[in-house]
Structures are given as C-alpha cells and as structure tokens.
Design a protein around this ligand. Structure first.
Ligand code: TYD
Length: 208
C-alpha cells in the first residue's frame, strides 16, 4: 500500500469540517488525487448504518458493533483500494472516535474495542492513519458552539459530562500513540487553527 491515510478527530463542535475541505484543496493543488470520506459512512451500506447509529436507540455493544461493521465495509470498499491506487485518503473520523465515543462516552470495554480494531483493520498490517489531526477543544466551548446548531443527533444531544468522557477517551488514545497524532488547539480563531493544521501536515512531510 503506497497512498497516505489521514484522519480527523475531535468532539462534536470542534470544527473539523472546514479544515478538511481546505486541506483537500491544498493536496489537490499539489497534484494529489484525494479521496474524501467519513465515518461512520463512506459506502452505501455504511451510510445506512450511520443513519441507525445516529438516530436509533441501542445499547453500547450494538453501537460499537455497528460502527465497526460500517468501518469494515468502508475499509474493504474504499480505503484500502484508494491507498493501493496511491491516493490520499482524508477521513472525517476513524477508530479513535470509537474509542472516544463508545469507549470513553458510553463506557464500553476498551480491551474489547482493541480486539475489534484488530479484527476489522488487521490483515498483513494493521491499517492505521499515517497522521491523525485531533481538534482538541474544551467541552464547555464546544457546547456553546453547538447550541445554535441544527437538530441534534444521538451524540450531539448528550450533556457536557458525556463529552468530558469522550475528550478523555481521545486523550487516552493520544497518550498511547502520540507520534501518530497532531494535537491542534481548536480554541483559537479558524485562521490560526488552519495555520496549525498546515504546519502539522508539513512537519510530517506530506505537503511542501
Ligand atoms: P460527525 O462526524 O460530527 O458528523 P457531522 O459533522 O455530520 O455531525 O458525526 C458523527 C457522529 O458519530 C459523532 O457524534 C461521533 C459519532 N461516532 C461514534 O460515536 N463512533 C464512531 O466510531 C464514529 C466514527 C463516530
């Protein structure tokens, strides 16, 4: 596999979307072929699973299994083929979100999530992003940003305490594999956040 896989993470309201868009444009300007995708989702089947996960009541294990089922389809149908074609894959959330939301937020068993990660991303090598850009924002700030947003889904509707747990989950993933992450202070102006994102990508040697 020769392409490059980058994921974007953070609690709801951290402001990933505009920066994913801008980074995609920056790579295209360098002549790279970019596959922009998201999780849960990215294939017709995974998008149907996304609708369920975001809207239907379910217990934490069902939720964890559905996000990994969606991920498996996404990896097989989209991510691995794009990397094999030497493309750049920009994915709005990946497995760190499962550890943060289902592990941290819902309290689902961390070791079991690690087992599922091995199953779903395994093969000759464990599929992981080369770089994970983590938009780190205090949950209180994120909550203030989200209040005027659209109708909340099952996650956005959670209280701030849930997002404290999610943020702690991200922190735990970061601590376990810090060199994969670029931790961006998202509590700055969008312009400054963008400069930090660019600097992180350049530091990895992915953009000149
Ligand atoms: P999000 O990425 O914030 O998309 P949008 O910008 O359209 O709201 O929404 C996805 C939600 O799914 C988000 O609240 C986090 C949650 N999620 C999980 O709980 N587990 C996962 O493994 C993933 C990938 C996402």
């Amino acid at each position: 596999m020769s392409g490059t896989f980058i994921s974007f993470e953070g609690i709801d309201g951290a402001g990933k979307s505009t920066h994913i868009e801008a980074l995609s444009a920056a790579f295209v300007a360098q002549g790279r072929v970019v596959t922009r995708t998201r999780e849960p989702g990215g294939t017709p089947l995974a998008e149907r699973l996304r609708t369920m996960v975001l809207n239907d009541a379910m217990d934490p294990m069902t939720e964890a299994l559905l996000v990994f089922a969606a991920r498996r389809d996404h990896i097989v149908q989209v991510i691995r083929p794009a990397l094999a074609r030497d493309e750049l894959v920009l994915c709005d959330r990946f497995t760190d979100a499962t550890f943060a939301y289902q592990g941290g937020g819902r309290g689902f068993d961390w070791a079991l999530l690690s087992t599922l990660e091995q199953w779903v991303q395994g093969g000759d090598t464990l599929l992981q992003p080369a770089l994970t850009i983590w938009f780190d924002l205090p949950p209180a700030v994120a909550a203030a940003r989200l209040t005027s947003a659209r109708v909340p889904d099952r996650f956005e509707a959670q209280p701030q305490a849930f997002f404290e747990q999610v943020a702690a989950g991200y922190g735990r993933r970061f601590a376990a594999d810090a060199q994969r992450f670029a931790r961006i202070d998202a509590n700055q102006t969008p312009e400054q956040v963008w400069l930090d994102v660019l600097a992180a990508v350049r530091q990895k040697g992915l953009l000149p």
